[in-house]
Design a protein around this ligand. Structure first.
Ligand code: ADP
Ligand code: MG
Length: 701
């Protein structure tokens, strides 16, 4: 926004000047008042209260105490020379220690006077003490500005060296927020501020930097988080609406022969409630005359593919073709086989197109697509190529969203006169709040129910020490006719180490499970594809009972007879990877097991991951835990989208505020689609300066 005050160069702020201005710009990108206003503290130090000394413990963070100095003496010699003081309040006595500036301390402090001491308490020999506290007599404390809740800012090494430390920055921001009174324009319509119980932006800026109280700080933070989230949502919803206005979509009004025949005679099971609900949601899109852009989330095995297939049959009943795109050849083949099997007695032409499709077959497929003989085309990225042309493409299914970019999605749009309906399916569950932000311009459906009869996989944690028990368990499972996966990690950086690890593991398994009673397969990334495939097939057919592999099976074949998934070095896997691996078992009717094997010692983060896995099989709970452990910056897709750069809102903890922001954005755009009402002027102005998916505070204020 254009605003003279906010655009004032930072050098004109008291305490800055040209030299510091240059440094602030180079180090922190701060060149105007606005930039500094949105340079939020990363934490606060509470100097608004005094803690009774008796309540201090080893895990108390920074504290402030008030009391009488009852003794002060120099102790030790040489390097252990130190000044020790004792400060006493009604509850107890605290030891204060200085190793430097002894002389100065001795001159400054007087016995029997009242002081305020501030610092980090630590425990030493069973007693609490505080080293190098900030200390001030009560009189100068009362007169001095440093009290209340103090902001702490991040500064760089270079800034520190040039005497711009967090305290100096706190002083500078203090001048700024004082100046800012009466000069910060609102970024939200006043009715919205009122409806949502927010404080004004000005008040928020003042209190985020120099809070008057905890309550004011909380309100300030809520307001600023809301701004950030609301403007993302406003943009998402606007984008979605604009697409709805600009792009008409094909109508699929018919529920015809293909669908009905399949539903009545071929569908081998009852659909789950969640599947039915999602099909309804999709159908309402298909009858709206607008292009559908829908994200379908559902855990591994929740039956997404079946939903997609049934929509493909509706497309066919209405004279449209379907393209079904998977991220890898293995997955494309698997989808092809599954769909072929389901449709085997139906007059539907399904073909597979991948990078390894031979030219002759390609030619045939091209003809079939062109004359409409092929109704469903399944494949990989190969489908995106320009030479792949359809007679009348109406429906596109994209499996595993995160491997395809937005630009690739858009290439499918151009394969017909109107853009076809798009259904993006992902088995990586992400919390709704994150989905709303990352894929906020899409509609969202979720299959939150597994087909009946599935027994949840039991997850057990073993350490190296329990290996004999583990082998015994495997033996017993194999005896009762089951097959077993044993998976090793493979991390790019330690490829050769990991490979050694895998080979060693393989050898010990072969030793433990010898011929002729047992047969063991091995698959890893260094093998040539033909060998890999042969080994895989041996396991699929049941010729071998144990499959030792790296995570190549992560996205892979279905083997209902495999009931045990052993994950070695489980402490090295991420949560979503563990969850995907576990999803490989539990497909059949028997009780399945996932066994996480770790060393005796591992990080606290690894411990949290293991505990989550043992506690739950619910993909959404796992995703939530993952988000909490790793933070949103590490989640799939967040990097590219820039969402990880949020300044103040936190996607893992601000779910409620995200929902509120989303609802308000929808409400406002429903009532005023082009934001032309006078009360929405301010929003119109902001959205027109926003240039990318990234939220930019300099666009907001
Ligand atoms: P996803 O694609 O979500 O991983 P799939 O569609 O591949 O799941 O389904 C997993 C397995 O469950 C398949 O073997 C499928 O045939 C079966 N399945 C799907 N829906 C149901 C249902 N409603 N009842 C029983 N089995 C189902
Ligand atoms: Mg699937």
């Amino acid at each position: 926004m254009t605003n003279d005050f906010l655009n004032t160069p930072i050098e004109y702020l008291k305490g800055v000047g040209p030299k510091r201005a240059e440094l602030l710009k180079a180090e922190l990108g701060i060149s105007t008042f606005a930039h500094l206003l949105v340079y939020f503290p990363f934490r606060y130090v509470d100097r608004s209260e005094f803690l009774p000394i008796g309540e201090i413990s080893a895990n108390t963070p920074l504290v402030q105490v008030k009391g009488k100095l009852i003794a002060l003496q120099q102790m030790g010699t040489g390097r252990s020379k130190r000044m020790v003081g004792y400060i006493q309040d009604d509850t107890s006595v605290l030891e204060l220690v200085w190793f430097q500036g002894l002389k100065w301390i001795q001159q400054k402090l007087k016995i029997n006077k009242e002081y305020v001491a501030f610092g980090k308490p630590t425990e030493f020999n069973g007693k609490m003490n505080m080293a190098h506290p900030e200390i001030e007599d009560i009189k100068s404390f009362r007169e001095n500005a440093v009290k209340g809740i103090q902001p702490v800012y991040n500064v760089t090494e270079k800034l520190r060296k040039n005497f711009i430390n967090p305290k100096v920055l706190a002083k500078i921001t203090h001048y700024l927020v004082e100046l800012a009174r009466g000069k910060v324009p609102e970024t939200l319509p006043s009715y919205l501020v009122e409806d949502t119980n927010l404080v004004s932006l000005e008040e928020a800026f003042i209190n985020i930097h120099h809070p008057e109280s905890h309550d004011k700080l909380r309100q300030a933070s809520r307001r600023l988080k809301f701004d950030e989230l609301f403007h993302i949502q406003l943009r998402n919803v606007k984008l979605k609406k604009r697409r709805n206005i600009e792009y008409n979509g094909y109508l699929f009004p018919e529920i015809g022969q293909s669908f009905n025949q399949f539903y009545k005679h071929h569908l081998p099971f009852e659909l789950t409630g969640a599947q039915k609900r999602v099909i309804k949601e999709i159908r309402s899109d298909l009858n709206a005359g607008k292009q559908m852009n829908r994200l379908l989330q559902g855990d591994v095995g929740s039956g997404k593919t079946m939903v997609a297939l049934m929509i493909a049959l509706i497309a066919m009943d209405n004279g449209y073709q379907t393209a079904f795109m998977a991220p890898t050849e293995t997955l494309a083949i698997q989808h092809y086989n599954t769909i072929e099997k389901f449709l085997k007695d139906m007059p539907v032409e399904v073909r597979l197109l991948t990078g390894s499709t031979k030219n002759g077959e390609r030619q045939e497929i091209a003809e079939g697509l062109d004359n409409g003989a092929i109704q469903i085309l399944i494949g990989t990225h190969a489908l995106l190529e320009e030479r792949v042309k359809f007679k009348n493409l109406g429906f596109v299914v994209i499996d595993e969203q995160h491997r395809f970019g937005v630009a690739q999605r858009a290439r499918m749009w151009k394969k017909n006169l109107l853009p076809p309906h798009i259904l993006v399916m992902t088995a990586t569950p992400i919390p709704r709040s994150l989905a709303m932000t990352l894929y906020g311009d899409m509609d969202y459906s979720v299959i939150d129910e597994l087909p009946p009869g599935r027994k949840p996989v039991r997850t057990i944690h073993f350490t190296e020490r329990n290996r004999l028990r583990l082998f015994g368990f495997i033996r017993q499972q194999i005896k009762s006719g089951q097959q077993v996966f044993v998976v090793y990690p493979l991390i790019e950086e330690s490829r050769s180490l990991d490979l050694n690890n895998l080979m060693e593991g393989y050898e010990s398994i072969v030793r433990e499970f010898p011929l002729p009673d047992y047969r063991v397969s091995i698959v890893h990334g260094k093998m040539n594809p033909a060998d890999k495939d042969r080994e895989m097939q041996r396991f699929v057919k049941g010729d071998t009972q144990i499959m030792v592999s790296t995570t190549v099976i992560e996205v892979g074949v279905d083997i209902p007879n495999a009931s045990v998934m052993v994950i070695e070095n489980a402490e090295r896997f991420g949560l979503s990877q563990l969850h995907q691996l576990r999803g490989r078992v539990g497909r059949g009717a028997d009780q399945s097991y996932c066994i996480l094997v770790t060393k005796e010692k591992y990080s606290t983060e690894a411990a949290k991951r293991i505990k989550t896995m043992v506690d739950t099989t619910d993909g959404f709970r796992i995703a939530k835990a993952d988000l909490e452990i790793r933070g949103p910056g590490e989640m799939d897709g967040t990097r590219q989208s820039g969402i990880a750069d949020l300044k103040i809102a936190d996607l893992s903890t601000d779910g409620e505020l995200i929902t509120l922001a989303r609802n308000k954005a929808e409400e406002i755009l429903r009532a005023d689609p082009s934001l032309e009402k006078p009360q929405n002027q301010v929003l119109w102005a902001i959205i027109n300066t926003q240039s990318s998916g990234k939220i930019n505070w300099s666009d907001i204020i």
